[in-house]
Design a protein around this ligand. Sequence first.
Ligand code: AMP
Ligand code: MG
Length: 454
Amino acid sequence: MSEDLGPSPLAAGERNLSVQEARAAITRSLVPLPRRESTPVALHEAVGRVLAADVVSPIDVPAHDNSAMDGYAFAGGALAGGGPVVLRAAGAVYAGRPFAARVAGGQCVRIMTGAVMPEGTDTVVPLELAQVQGSPDQGEVRIAAGTIRPGENRRKRGEDLAAGKPALRAGRVLRPADVGLAASLGLTAVPVMRPLKVAIFSTGDEVVAPGAPLPPGCIYDSNRYALAAAVRRLGMEAIDLGLVRDDRAALAAVVERALGEADVVITSGGVSAGDADYTRDVLAAHGDVSFWKVAMRPGRPFAFGPLRRPPGAGAVDAAGKPAQGAAARTGDTSWLFALPGNPVAALVTFYAFVREALLVLAAATPEPLPQLSARSTAAIRKRPGRTEFQRAIVEPATEAAGGAPGWQVRLSGSQGAGVLRSMSEANALVVLGHEQGSVAAGEPVTVWLFEGLV
Ligand code: AMP
Ligand code: MG
Protein backbone atom coordinates (compact mmCIF):
# COMPACT_ATOMS: atom_id res chain seq x y z
CA MET A 1 0.00 0.00 0.00
CA SER A 2 1.50 3.35 -0.88
CA GLU A 3 1.02 6.22 1.53
CA ASP A 4 1.46 9.00 -1.03
CA LEU A 5 -1.43 11.29 -1.77
CA GLY A 6 -1.40 11.03 -5.54
CA PRO A 7 -4.63 10.12 -7.28
CA SER A 8 -5.11 6.40 -7.54
CA PRO A 9 -7.77 4.86 -9.71
CA LEU A 10 -10.58 3.34 -7.69
CA ALA A 11 -11.31 -0.28 -8.35
CA ALA A 12 -14.84 -1.23 -9.29
CA GLY A 13 -17.18 -0.78 -6.33
CA GLU A 14 -14.62 1.15 -4.27
CA ARG A 15 -15.80 4.31 -2.53
CA ASN A 16 -13.96 7.36 -1.23
CA LEU A 17 -15.07 8.20 2.30
CA SER A 18 -13.96 10.43 5.14
CA VAL A 19 -13.32 8.79 8.52
CA GLN A 20 -16.61 10.22 9.82
CA GLU A 21 -18.53 8.87 6.84
CA ALA A 22 -16.92 5.46 7.24
CA ARG A 23 -17.76 5.35 10.96
CA ALA A 24 -21.33 6.44 10.27
CA ALA A 25 -21.74 3.84 7.52
CA ILE A 26 -20.52 1.08 9.83
CA THR A 27 -22.73 2.21 12.71
CA ARG A 28 -25.78 2.34 10.40
CA SER A 29 -25.26 -1.23 9.21
CA LEU A 30 -24.53 -2.99 12.45
CA VAL A 31 -27.03 -4.70 14.66
CA PRO A 32 -26.11 -6.69 17.76
CA LEU A 33 -25.81 -10.36 16.95
CA PRO A 34 -29.00 -12.18 17.83
CA ARG A 35 -27.22 -15.03 19.62
CA ARG A 36 -27.64 -13.52 23.05
CA GLU A 37 -27.59 -16.62 25.16
CA SER A 38 -26.11 -15.88 28.52
CA THR A 39 -24.51 -17.81 31.31
CA PRO A 40 -23.95 -16.90 34.94
CA VAL A 41 -20.28 -16.38 35.80
CA ALA A 42 -18.73 -16.15 39.25
CA LEU A 43 -17.79 -12.60 40.22
CA HIS A 44 -14.07 -13.39 40.05
CA GLU A 45 -14.53 -14.24 36.34
CA ALA A 46 -16.81 -11.32 35.50
CA VAL A 47 -14.50 -8.38 34.83
CA GLY A 48 -14.52 -7.31 31.17
CA ARG A 49 -17.58 -9.43 30.34
CA VAL A 50 -20.80 -7.96 28.91
CA LEU A 51 -23.76 -8.09 31.27
CA ALA A 52 -26.62 -10.04 29.65
CA ALA A 53 -29.44 -8.76 31.86
CA ASP A 54 -30.04 -5.98 34.35
CA VAL A 55 -28.73 -6.78 37.82
CA VAL A 56 -31.63 -5.93 40.12
CA SER A 57 -30.81 -5.28 43.74
CA PRO A 58 -32.33 -7.87 46.09
CA ILE A 59 -31.75 -5.62 49.11
CA ASP A 60 -31.87 -2.01 50.22
CA VAL A 61 -28.41 -0.42 50.28
CA PRO A 62 -27.66 0.50 52.96
CA ALA A 63 -29.83 -2.11 54.61
CA HIS A 64 -30.50 0.11 57.68
CA ASP A 65 -30.41 3.77 58.58
CA ASN A 66 -26.85 4.26 59.80
CA SER A 67 -24.45 6.92 60.93
CA ALA A 68 -22.25 8.77 58.43
CA MET A 69 -19.94 9.92 61.24
CA ASP A 70 -18.33 8.99 64.51
CA GLY A 71 -20.36 11.05 67.00
CA TYR A 72 -23.49 11.03 69.16
CA ALA A 73 -26.90 9.92 67.87
CA PHE A 74 -30.00 11.59 69.28
CA ALA A 75 -33.53 12.74 68.35
CA GLY A 76 -33.26 15.88 66.20
CA GLY A 77 -36.45 17.24 67.79
CA ALA A 78 -34.25 18.35 70.71
CA LEU A 79 -32.80 21.05 68.45
CA ALA A 80 -36.21 22.73 67.96
CA GLY A 81 -35.65 25.29 70.73
CA GLY A 82 -32.73 26.85 68.84
CA GLY A 83 -30.50 27.08 71.93
CA PRO A 84 -27.70 24.77 73.06
CA VAL A 85 -28.76 21.19 73.79
CA VAL A 86 -27.53 19.11 76.71
CA LEU A 87 -27.95 15.32 76.54
CA ARG A 88 -27.03 12.38 78.77
CA ALA A 89 -25.03 9.58 77.06
CA ALA A 90 -26.74 6.21 77.45
CA GLY A 91 -24.02 3.96 76.04
CA ALA A 92 -22.24 3.30 72.76
CA VAL A 93 -23.17 1.55 69.51
CA TYR A 94 -20.64 -0.07 67.16
CA ALA A 95 -20.82 -1.02 63.47
CA GLY A 96 -22.31 -4.50 63.12
CA ARG A 97 -23.74 -4.52 66.67
CA PRO A 98 -27.16 -2.81 66.87
CA PHE A 99 -28.11 -0.95 70.06
CA ALA A 100 -30.60 -2.99 72.07
CA ALA A 101 -32.62 -0.28 73.84
CA ARG A 102 -34.71 2.65 72.70
CA VAL A 103 -33.02 6.02 73.19
CA ALA A 104 -35.26 8.24 75.29
CA GLY A 105 -35.74 12.00 75.02
CA GLY A 106 -32.85 13.88 76.60
CA GLN A 107 -30.50 10.95 75.89
CA CYS A 108 -27.89 10.26 73.24
CA VAL A 109 -25.69 7.31 72.28
CA ARG A 110 -22.07 7.39 71.17
CA ILE A 111 -22.09 5.96 67.61
CA MET A 112 -19.43 4.78 65.17
CA THR A 113 -19.54 5.39 61.41
CA GLY A 114 -21.73 2.75 59.73
CA ALA A 115 -23.43 1.65 62.98
CA VAL A 116 -27.22 1.23 62.82
CA MET A 117 -29.08 4.29 64.13
CA PRO A 118 -30.65 3.23 67.45
CA GLU A 119 -34.40 3.43 67.78
CA GLY A 120 -35.45 6.92 68.87
CA THR A 121 -32.59 8.70 67.06
CA ASP A 122 -32.42 10.41 63.67
CA THR A 123 -29.49 12.83 63.92
CA VAL A 124 -25.75 12.50 64.57
CA VAL A 125 -23.56 15.26 65.93
CA PRO A 126 -19.93 14.59 64.90
CA LEU A 127 -17.59 13.89 67.81
CA GLU A 128 -15.54 17.04 67.20
CA LEU A 129 -18.67 19.25 67.45
CA ALA A 130 -19.80 17.82 70.80
CA GLN A 131 -18.49 18.94 74.19
CA VAL A 132 -18.35 15.93 76.49
CA GLN A 133 -18.12 16.06 80.27
CA GLY A 134 -17.39 12.86 82.15
CA SER A 135 -17.17 9.45 80.53
CA PRO A 136 -17.72 9.38 76.73
CA ASP A 137 -20.42 6.71 77.10
CA GLN A 138 -22.15 7.92 80.28
CA GLY A 139 -21.32 11.59 80.59
CA GLU A 140 -23.01 14.83 79.58
CA VAL A 141 -22.94 15.87 75.94
CA ARG A 142 -23.41 19.53 75.05
CA ILE A 143 -24.16 20.70 71.49
CA ALA A 144 -23.74 24.43 70.92
CA ALA A 145 -26.54 26.33 69.17
CA GLY A 146 -26.40 26.29 65.37
CA THR A 147 -23.92 23.40 65.15
CA ILE A 148 -26.20 20.94 63.42
CA ARG A 149 -29.67 20.50 61.87
CA PRO A 150 -32.17 17.70 62.58
CA GLY A 151 -31.57 14.59 60.43
CA GLU A 152 -27.95 15.41 59.63
CA ASN A 153 -25.28 12.70 59.28
CA ARG A 154 -27.81 9.91 58.99
CA ARG A 155 -27.55 7.66 55.91
CA LYS A 156 -31.01 6.39 55.12
CA ARG A 157 -31.90 2.82 54.38
CA GLY A 158 -32.04 2.26 50.59
CA GLU A 159 -30.51 5.70 49.93
CA ASP A 160 -27.79 4.28 47.59
CA LEU A 161 -30.03 1.69 45.99
CA ALA A 162 -33.55 0.54 46.80
CA ALA A 163 -34.47 -3.16 46.65
CA GLY A 164 -35.96 -4.00 43.24
CA LYS A 165 -34.11 -1.21 41.40
CA PRO A 166 -31.53 -2.02 38.69
CA ALA A 167 -28.00 -1.68 39.99
CA LEU A 168 -26.30 -2.44 36.65
CA ARG A 169 -27.81 -2.35 33.18
CA ALA A 170 -27.61 -5.06 30.53
CA GLY A 171 -24.86 -4.23 28.04
CA ARG A 172 -22.50 -2.96 30.69
CA VAL A 173 -18.88 -4.04 30.18
CA LEU A 174 -18.14 -4.94 33.77
CA ARG A 175 -15.44 -2.95 35.54
CA PRO A 176 -13.89 -3.62 38.95
CA ALA A 177 -16.33 -1.25 40.69
CA ASP A 178 -19.28 -3.06 39.04
CA VAL A 179 -18.00 -6.41 40.30
CA GLY A 180 -17.72 -4.87 43.78
CA LEU A 181 -21.23 -3.45 43.47
CA ALA A 182 -22.64 -6.89 42.61
CA ALA A 183 -20.84 -8.35 45.64
CA SER A 184 -22.20 -5.55 47.83
CA LEU A 185 -25.70 -6.76 46.95
CA GLY A 186 -24.83 -10.24 48.21
CA LEU A 187 -24.60 -11.75 44.72
CA THR A 188 -21.96 -14.35 43.86
CA ALA A 189 -22.52 -14.50 40.09
CA VAL A 190 -23.88 -12.32 37.28
CA PRO A 191 -25.36 -13.25 33.87
CA VAL A 192 -23.00 -12.43 31.00
CA MET A 193 -23.13 -12.86 27.24
CA ARG A 194 -21.11 -15.47 25.48
CA PRO A 195 -17.96 -13.65 24.29
CA LEU A 196 -17.96 -12.58 20.66
CA LYS A 197 -15.93 -15.00 18.51
CA VAL A 198 -13.54 -13.14 16.25
CA ALA A 199 -11.58 -15.04 13.60
CA ILE A 200 -8.34 -13.37 12.52
CA PHE A 201 -6.06 -14.17 9.64
CA SER A 202 -3.24 -12.43 7.77
CA THR A 203 -2.58 -12.44 4.06
CA GLY A 204 0.51 -11.97 1.94
CA ASP A 205 3.11 -14.15 0.20
CA GLU A 206 5.87 -12.03 1.81
CA VAL A 207 4.49 -12.49 5.32
CA VAL A 208 6.12 -15.20 7.47
CA ALA A 209 4.95 -16.67 10.75
CA PRO A 210 7.11 -15.78 13.77
CA GLY A 211 9.35 -18.71 14.72
CA ALA A 212 10.20 -19.58 11.10
CA PRO A 213 13.39 -18.35 9.38
CA LEU A 214 12.93 -15.03 7.58
CA PRO A 215 13.76 -15.33 3.86
CA PRO A 216 15.10 -12.25 2.05
CA GLY A 217 12.41 -9.68 1.28
CA CYS A 218 9.98 -11.16 3.77
CA ILE A 219 8.46 -9.75 6.94
CA TYR A 220 7.16 -11.39 10.11
CA ASP A 221 3.42 -11.50 10.64
CA SER A 222 2.75 -8.99 13.41
CA ASN A 223 -0.83 -8.06 12.54
CA ARG A 224 -2.40 -11.35 13.57
CA TYR A 225 -0.81 -11.05 17.01
CA ALA A 226 -1.54 -7.36 17.55
CA LEU A 227 -5.16 -7.70 16.38
CA ALA A 228 -5.78 -10.84 18.44
CA ALA A 229 -4.36 -9.04 21.47
CA ALA A 230 -6.63 -6.04 20.85
CA VAL A 231 -9.64 -8.36 20.52
CA ARG A 232 -8.77 -10.21 23.75
CA ARG A 233 -8.40 -6.91 25.58
CA LEU A 234 -12.05 -6.27 24.68
CA GLY A 235 -13.03 -9.46 26.52
CA MET A 236 -13.68 -11.32 23.25
CA GLU A 237 -12.51 -14.67 21.93
CA ALA A 238 -9.83 -14.43 19.21
CA ILE A 239 -9.66 -17.43 16.89
CA ASP A 240 -6.31 -17.60 15.10
CA LEU A 241 -6.78 -18.77 11.51
CA GLY A 242 -3.14 -18.27 10.60
CA LEU A 243 -1.48 -16.88 7.57
CA VAL A 244 -2.97 -17.17 4.07
CA ARG A 245 -1.08 -17.10 0.77
CA ASP A 246 -2.09 -14.59 -1.88
CA ASP A 247 -4.13 -17.21 -3.68
CA ARG A 248 -7.83 -17.43 -4.54
CA ALA A 249 -8.40 -20.99 -3.33
CA ALA A 250 -6.51 -20.42 -0.08
CA LEU A 251 -8.50 -17.28 0.64
CA ALA A 252 -11.81 -18.95 -0.19
CA ALA A 253 -10.97 -21.84 2.12
CA VAL A 254 -10.05 -19.66 5.09
CA VAL A 255 -13.13 -17.44 4.65
CA GLU A 256 -15.35 -20.52 4.66
CA ARG A 257 -13.65 -21.84 7.75
CA ALA A 258 -14.00 -18.46 9.49
CA LEU A 259 -17.70 -18.31 8.67
CA GLY A 260 -18.22 -21.72 10.20
CA GLU A 261 -16.70 -20.63 13.49
CA ALA A 262 -16.91 -16.92 14.07
CA ASP A 263 -19.25 -13.96 14.54
CA VAL A 264 -16.67 -11.59 13.10
CA VAL A 265 -13.82 -12.03 10.61
CA ILE A 266 -10.85 -9.66 10.71
CA THR A 267 -8.25 -9.87 7.97
CA SER A 268 -5.23 -7.74 7.22
CA GLY A 269 -3.50 -7.09 3.93
CA GLY A 270 -4.67 -7.65 0.41
CA VAL A 271 -7.35 -4.95 0.18
CA SER A 272 -5.33 -2.15 -1.42
CA ALA A 273 -6.28 -0.95 -4.88
CA GLY A 274 -4.10 -3.04 -7.18
CA ASP A 275 -4.29 -6.14 -4.99
CA ALA A 276 -5.56 -9.14 -6.85
CA ASP A 277 -9.23 -8.86 -7.76
CA TYR A 278 -9.97 -12.30 -6.39
CA THR A 279 -10.19 -10.79 -2.88
CA ARG A 280 -13.29 -8.96 -4.05
CA ASP A 281 -14.63 -12.00 -5.90
CA VAL A 282 -14.15 -14.33 -2.97
CA LEU A 283 -15.75 -11.95 -0.51
CA ALA A 284 -18.55 -11.00 -2.92
CA ALA A 285 -19.43 -14.70 -3.16
CA HIS A 286 -20.19 -14.73 0.57
CA GLY A 287 -21.99 -11.50 1.22
CA ASP A 288 -22.28 -7.79 0.74
CA VAL A 289 -18.85 -6.33 1.34
CA SER A 290 -18.03 -2.70 0.50
CA PHE A 291 -14.50 -1.70 -0.42
CA TRP A 292 -13.60 1.78 0.74
CA LYS A 293 -10.74 4.16 0.32
CA VAL A 294 -10.89 6.13 3.54
CA ALA A 295 -9.29 9.57 3.60
CA MET A 296 -7.01 8.78 6.52
CA ARG A 297 -3.37 8.27 7.32
CA PRO A 298 -2.21 5.75 8.13
CA GLY A 299 -4.88 3.53 6.68
CA ARG A 300 -6.95 4.02 3.54
CA PRO A 301 -7.96 0.65 2.12
CA PHE A 302 -10.71 -0.91 4.19
CA ALA A 303 -13.48 -3.36 3.46
CA PHE A 304 -16.50 -4.02 5.58
CA GLY A 305 -19.79 -5.83 5.38
CA PRO A 306 -21.99 -8.75 6.34
CA LEU A 307 -21.12 -12.27 5.21
CA ARG A 308 -23.62 -15.11 5.17
CA ARG A 309 -22.77 -17.96 7.49
CA PRO A 310 -23.49 -21.45 6.25
CA PRO A 311 -26.80 -22.87 7.53
CA GLY A 312 -26.46 -23.97 11.12
CA ALA A 313 -23.09 -22.36 11.70
CA GLY A 314 -22.99 -20.84 15.12
CA ALA A 315 -26.74 -21.23 15.61
CA VAL A 316 -27.51 -22.25 19.16
CA ASP A 317 -30.61 -22.97 21.14
CA ALA A 318 -31.62 -21.13 24.29
CA ALA A 319 -29.35 -23.34 26.38
CA GLY A 320 -26.33 -22.52 24.19
CA LYS A 321 -26.27 -25.99 22.54
CA PRO A 322 -25.97 -26.26 18.73
CA ALA A 323 -29.43 -25.55 17.35
CA GLN A 324 -31.60 -28.20 15.72
CA GLY A 325 -34.33 -27.91 13.11
CA ALA A 326 -35.50 -24.54 11.78
CA ALA A 327 -33.08 -22.49 13.89
CA ALA A 328 -30.14 -24.48 12.57
CA ARG A 329 -31.23 -24.01 8.95
CA THR A 330 -31.62 -20.25 9.14
CA GLY A 331 -27.91 -19.57 9.34
CA ASP A 332 -27.02 -15.96 10.08
CA THR A 333 -24.46 -13.25 9.59
CA SER A 334 -20.79 -12.74 10.32
CA TRP A 335 -19.25 -9.31 9.89
CA LEU A 336 -16.08 -8.81 7.91
CA PHE A 337 -13.50 -6.13 8.61
CA ALA A 338 -10.62 -6.21 6.12
CA LEU A 339 -7.82 -3.96 7.31
CA PRO A 340 -4.78 -2.60 5.53
CA GLY A 341 -1.61 -4.69 5.77
CA ASN A 342 0.73 -2.09 7.19
CA PRO A 343 1.00 -2.92 10.90
CA VAL A 344 0.34 0.58 12.24
CA ALA A 345 -2.43 1.16 9.71
CA ALA A 346 -4.03 -2.13 10.75
CA LEU A 347 -4.09 -1.13 14.43
CA VAL A 348 -5.17 2.47 13.82
CA THR A 349 -8.00 1.23 11.60
CA PHE A 350 -8.94 -1.22 14.32
CA TYR A 351 -9.21 1.60 16.87
CA ALA A 352 -10.96 3.98 14.46
CA PHE A 353 -13.60 1.57 13.14
CA VAL A 354 -13.50 -1.95 14.50
CA ARG A 355 -13.30 -1.56 18.29
CA GLU A 356 -16.64 0.17 18.71
CA ALA A 357 -18.28 -2.05 16.07
CA LEU A 358 -17.23 -5.17 17.98
CA LEU A 359 -18.73 -3.76 21.18
CA VAL A 360 -22.01 -3.05 19.37
CA LEU A 361 -22.07 -6.58 17.92
CA ALA A 362 -21.36 -7.96 21.39
CA ALA A 363 -24.47 -6.05 22.61
CA ALA A 364 -22.21 -4.02 24.88
CA THR A 365 -23.00 -0.38 25.49
CA PRO A 366 -19.90 1.27 23.98
CA GLU A 367 -18.32 3.88 26.21
CA PRO A 368 -17.18 6.97 24.33
CA LEU A 369 -13.48 6.90 23.50
CA PRO A 370 -11.37 8.58 26.16
CA GLN A 371 -10.24 11.79 24.46
CA LEU A 372 -8.52 14.87 25.71
CA SER A 373 -7.09 18.09 24.40
CA ALA A 374 -3.33 18.52 24.75
CA ARG A 375 -0.93 21.18 23.55
CA SER A 376 1.44 19.99 20.87
CA THR A 377 5.05 20.60 21.94
CA ALA A 378 6.10 20.94 18.29
CA ALA A 379 4.62 21.92 14.94
CA ILE A 380 2.90 19.07 13.04
CA ARG A 381 2.54 19.16 9.27
CA LYS A 382 -0.91 18.14 8.06
CA ARG A 383 -2.86 18.36 4.82
CA PRO A 384 -6.58 19.19 4.93
CA GLY A 385 -8.78 16.57 3.27
CA ARG A 386 -7.93 13.52 5.34
CA THR A 387 -7.86 12.50 8.99
CA GLU A 388 -4.37 11.87 10.33
CA PHE A 389 -3.53 9.69 13.32
CA GLN A 390 -0.09 10.31 14.74
CA ARG A 391 1.54 8.12 17.38
CA ALA A 392 2.33 10.25 20.38
CA ILE A 393 3.23 10.50 24.04
CA VAL A 394 0.89 12.51 26.25
CA GLU A 395 2.26 13.80 29.55
CA PRO A 396 1.47 16.49 32.12
CA ALA A 397 2.34 19.94 30.72
CA THR A 398 5.74 21.36 31.61
CA GLU A 399 6.91 24.98 31.70
CA ALA A 400 8.22 24.65 28.15
CA ALA A 401 4.69 24.16 26.83
CA GLY A 402 3.57 27.55 28.09
CA GLY A 403 3.35 26.98 31.83
CA ALA A 404 -0.42 26.50 31.90
CA PRO A 405 -1.65 23.35 33.65
CA GLY A 406 -3.02 20.49 31.55
CA TRP A 407 -1.53 18.06 29.08
CA GLN A 408 1.09 18.29 26.42
CA VAL A 409 1.77 15.85 23.60
CA ARG A 410 4.77 15.00 21.44
CA LEU A 411 5.05 12.59 18.53
CA SER A 412 6.77 9.30 19.33
CA GLY A 413 9.26 8.97 16.50
CA SER A 414 8.96 7.82 12.91
CA GLN A 415 5.39 7.96 11.68
CA GLY A 416 5.89 5.49 8.80
CA ALA A 417 2.88 3.20 8.50
CA GLY A 418 5.03 0.12 9.00
CA VAL A 419 6.93 1.38 12.06
CA LEU A 420 5.46 -0.52 15.00
CA ARG A 421 8.11 0.66 17.42
CA SER A 422 6.77 4.22 17.53
CA MET A 423 3.30 2.74 18.07
CA SER A 424 4.62 0.63 20.92
CA GLU A 425 6.31 3.66 22.51
CA ALA A 426 3.18 5.80 22.16
CA ASN A 427 0.49 6.09 24.83
CA ALA A 428 -1.95 7.96 22.58
CA LEU A 429 -2.88 8.96 19.06
CA VAL A 430 -3.04 12.60 18.02
CA VAL A 431 -6.11 12.83 15.80
CA LEU A 432 -6.01 15.66 13.27
CA GLY A 433 -9.46 16.12 11.74
CA HIS A 434 -10.43 15.95 8.08
CA GLU A 435 -10.51 19.73 7.50
CA GLN A 436 -7.63 20.58 9.79
CA GLY A 437 -4.36 21.96 8.44
CA SER A 438 -0.89 22.08 10.00
CA VAL A 439 -0.58 22.57 13.74
CA ALA A 440 1.73 25.19 15.26
CA ALA A 441 3.83 24.44 18.36
CA GLY A 442 1.75 25.14 21.47
CA GLU A 443 -1.61 24.66 19.74
CA PRO A 444 -4.12 22.24 21.31
CA VAL A 445 -4.85 18.99 19.49
CA THR A 446 -7.29 16.14 20.11
CA VAL A 447 -5.76 13.00 21.57
CA TRP A 448 -7.13 9.46 21.89
CA LEU A 449 -5.62 7.72 24.90
CA PHE A 450 -4.62 4.09 24.49
CA GLU A 451 -5.60 3.44 28.09
CA GLY A 452 -9.23 2.44 27.78
CA LEU A 453 -8.94 2.21 24.02
CA VAL A 454 -7.27 -1.17 24.19
P1 AMP B 1 -1.00 -4.91 1.73
O1 AMP B 1 -2.12 -4.16 2.39
O2 AMP B 1 -1.27 -6.38 1.61
O3 AMP B 1 -0.63 -4.29 0.44
O4 AMP B 1 0.25 -4.77 2.69
C1 AMP B 1 0.82 -3.51 2.96
C2 AMP B 1 2.15 -3.67 3.67
O5 AMP B 1 1.94 -4.28 4.94
C3 AMP B 1 3.15 -4.54 2.97
O6 AMP B 1 4.43 -3.94 3.12
C4 AMP B 1 3.10 -5.83 3.71
O7 AMP B 1 4.31 -6.53 3.65
C5 AMP B 1 2.77 -5.41 5.11
N1 AMP B 1 2.00 -6.45 5.79
C6 AMP B 1 0.91 -7.07 5.29
N2 AMP B 1 0.43 -7.97 6.18
C7 AMP B 1 1.27 -7.93 7.24
C8 AMP B 1 1.31 -8.63 8.49
N3 AMP B 1 0.39 -9.55 8.78
N4 AMP B 1 2.29 -8.32 9.38
C9 AMP B 1 3.20 -7.39 9.08
N5 AMP B 1 3.20 -6.69 7.92
C10 AMP B 1 2.26 -6.95 7.01
MG1 MG C 1 -0.52 -8.07 0.77
